[in-house]
Every structure is written in structure tokens, then in C-alpha cells.
Design a protein around this ligand. Structure first.
Ligand code: G6P
Length: 372
């Protein structure tokens, strides 16, 4: 039952393993006979959805990173410009909004005050509002024109895990629904992406198998003072999410960087022994991006970094330069984040445990921040 650890040492340990179901349950009822149809979106009408000129995604913390991942997918599929902004920054900068702007808010709890105030502000300015929320009847979905609920089930641990993968899933369904209504992709093209999405729960189950090797890694690293995360394209938000998890749970200074930005500053941080997680894009989809990230790995390795590569099965190009390789199953590029985040969640959880900290209730944090 909710509120019960069900034999797991922590709620987080339980919730991490519930991620395959979180995705499967969020898909259920929204793909019918191979066609994406998110019933909640009928509230807008197909005409209004076709007329949208701009999407602005808002959220805080992990929810904002789910939005950043989805930006790549929604722009690619629906051909609509997507911006992602932290709710508290959006609200206070006089954003340009009109009735062809769709505001998509993301909030697990549906009660985050910063996000609620941003949604209210956007509505008053004439935008249409869609809420992606995990909590039935929460304030943000009630204050929005429409809501797509993620069906991850109650999330108790302060650090968000299963809600994150469910948010990406809901946003992907939204993006593919939008692509269908707008005619930006053919039925076959949409079908291919839906098949990728439907294959994710089984791949998530398999990636959870890295738990044991992550535990060993975390034990070695329990006195680490700083960890960097590098990613490119959709791997970039994953890098930031991995860093956030480590700050939240293990109280370790951590930063996520876009791999291409390395040479513009962060490489100065690399000194012998510095641990760096690198999310390596698949070489099957973009040999160019893959080669660029492998060359980043060589650059930091040459300066003494300890490289932990998250790479797809069969990617041997990383082997000569990585101290550790953590494998994720093969997936289409836009779907890799849902898999690549899992080892990073587990790493933060195991490091927190290795340091004797409270995984579910990190200091100074609240599950839902209901003040501005
Ligand atoms: C708090 C939590 C984070 C969470 C953020 C957004 O800061 O500690 O884990 O990502 O709020 O919460 P929401 O409920 O709006 O998704």
C-alpha cells in the first residue's frame, strides 16, 4: 500500500524500482489501436492545438529537467518552438504571452507554490494552460484548462524518481498527440515513436539490474567531495538531474554540464582524481555527437579525471578511456534519458546510504514547497 515501504530499506529504493510501472501506467489508455489519443487534450479542441505557435514549459527541480528533456522531443515531432523555464523566473520577468501560447506546467505534487503562481499569472495573461501532475485533484491541475495525470502512484521520498520518468512519458504522449493533430508526422512515424515508448518499461526493468555495480561504485566513492556530470543533447538535462540527485541525497557538490560547454570553462575544474559521469549518446543515431562526446572523455581523462561512462550496450568506443562503464539498453535517442537517469538515481541513493544519511528525508528539503 502507499505509505508502506513494502520490505524495501527506503521509499526511494521502492520508488526507483516502480519506474517500469510508472511509465506503463502513464501510457495506459492513451494509445488505442496504435494511435496516440490523450483524452484530456480534447479540452482544447484540435483547432486550438493546431493554432499553438509556442509552448512554454514551467516547473521546479526535477520537474523542470523533465521539461528540458521533452523540449527536444516536442520540437522534433510537432515542429513547435518550446521554451523551458523555472516557474519562479518565468513569473517575474514579464514574459510575452498570447492566446496562441500554451503553458505546460509540470509538478509531481501539484502544490508547488512557485509553479502555481506562474500558472495563474499565465492564465491571467491569456495563455492556455496544461498541467502535468501526479496528484489527483491537486491545486495546479484545478487551476489549469486541462490536466494530464501521470500515474506513477504516490511518491513519498523527497527526491523525485518515478514521477520524473512518468512526466517525460506524459510529455512525450502530449508531443505525439500534438504531432498527429498538426500533421507534422505521418501515422507511421508516430507509430514508430509509440512503439519505442511502449518498449521502455521492459528496458527500465533491465537497467535496474545495474544496482549491484552502482552500490560497489558508491562505496568506493563515499568520501568524494565533488562530482561532475556531462551530457549532450537529451543527455544534458539528464546530467543536471544526476547532479541534483547527488546534492539532494548525498550533500555532495555536483554540477551537470553540457558536454560541448566543457572547453568554455568547466574543463578548468578537472584535476587528477575528479570523478566525472558522462552520458554518452548512441553512436547508431549520430556518429558525430557520439564522436564529440568520446573526444570530451579523452580530454578530461588526459587531465586525470575518473570517468564513469553511461553508454549503450555494445558501444566499445568508450572502453579505452573510461574507468567504469555502466550499460543501458538500446533505445531511440529521444528515449535514452528515461533509461540513463536510472543509474544516476541509484548512485545518489547508494552514496547517501554509504554515508549513513536519511535517503527519504534529506536535510533542509521538503517534498512539496508550498511557499514562494
Ligand atoms: C521540491 C522537491 C523536488 C521537486 C520540486 C518540484 O523542491 O524537493 O524533489 O522536484 O520540489 O516539486 P513538484 O511537486 O512541483 O514536482
Amino acid at each position: 500500500a502507499a505509505g508502506d515501504k513494502g520490505g524495501w530499506p527506503s521509499f526511494m529504493a521502492k520508488e526507483v524500482t516502480e519506474q517500469p510501472d510508472a511509465v506503463a501506467n502513464t501510457i495506459r489508455g492513451r494509445i488505442v489501436d496504435g494511435v496516440v489519443d490523450v483524452p484530456e487534450l480534447t479540452a482544447f479542441g484540435d483547432e486550438a492545438l493546431s493554432a499553438i505557435r509556442r509552448v512554454i514549459i514551467i516547473g521546479c527541480g526535477t520537474a523542470a529537467y523533465a521539461g528540458l528533456v521533452a523540449k527536444y522531443a516536442i520540437e522534433n515531432w510537432a515542429g513547435v518552438p518550446v521554451e523551458v523555464e523555472l516557474s519562479h523566473e518565468f513569473r517575474y520577468r514579464d514574459p510575452v504571452i498570447s492566446d496562441d501560447t500554451l503553458i505546460v506546467s509540470i509538478s509531481q505534487s501539484g502544490e508547488t507554490m512557485d509553479t502555481l503562481m506562474a500558472v495563474k499569472y499565465a492564465r491571467e495573461a491569456g495563455a492556455r494552460t496544461l498541467s502535468i501532475c501526479n496528484t489527483q485533484g491537486a491545486t495546479i491541475p484545478r487551476e489549469s484548462d486541462a490536466a494530464i495525470y501521470t500515474h506513477a502512484g504516490p511518491e513519498v521520498a523527497v527526491a523525485s524518481t518515478k514521477a520524473f520518468v512518468a512526466q517525460i512519458t506524459a510529455l512525450y504522449l502530449f508531443g505525439l498527440h500534438l504531432a498527429r493533430v498538426r500533421g507534422s508526422l505521418s501515422a507511421d512515424q508516430i507509430g514508430e515513436q509509440l512503439a519505442e515508448l511502449e518498449a521502455i518499461p521492459a528496458k527500465l526493468s533491465s537497467v535496474l539490474g545495474v544496482g549491484e555495480s552502482i552500490r560497489t561504485l558508491a562505496h568506493w566513492m563515499s568520501d568524494t567531495r565533488s562530482v561532475l556530470f556531462l551530457g549532450r543533447h537529451v543527455g544534458y538535462p539528464v546530467a543536471m538531474e544526476g547532479a541534483l540527485k547527488l546534492k539532494e541525497l548525498a550533500y555532495i557538490h555536483a554540477e551537470g554540464f553540457a558536454a560541448g560547454e566543457l572547453k568554455h570553462g568547466p574543463i578548468a575544474l578537472i584535476e587528477p582524481g575528479q570523478p566525472v559521469f558522462v552520458i554518452v549518446p548512441s553512436p547508431r543515431h549520430s556518429a558525430l555527437l557520439h564522436a564529440k562526446v568520446v573526444s570530451n572523455i579523452q580530454e578530461i581523462r588526459a587531465r586525470g579525471a575518473r570517468v564513469i561512462a553511461i553508454a549503450e550496450e555494445g558501444d566499445v568506443a568508450v572502453l579505452p578511456f573510461a574507468d567504469e562503464v555502466i550499460r543501458i539498453p538500446l533505445a531511440a535517442p529521444l528515449f535514452e534519458p528515461i533509461l540513463a537517469v536510472v543509474p544516476l538515481q541509484l548512485f545518489a541513493m547508494e552514496l547517501s546510504t554509504a554515508k549513513g544519511l536519511d535517503v527519504d528525508q534529506p536535510r533542509n528539503l521538503a517534498k512539496s514547497v508550498t511557499v514562494e
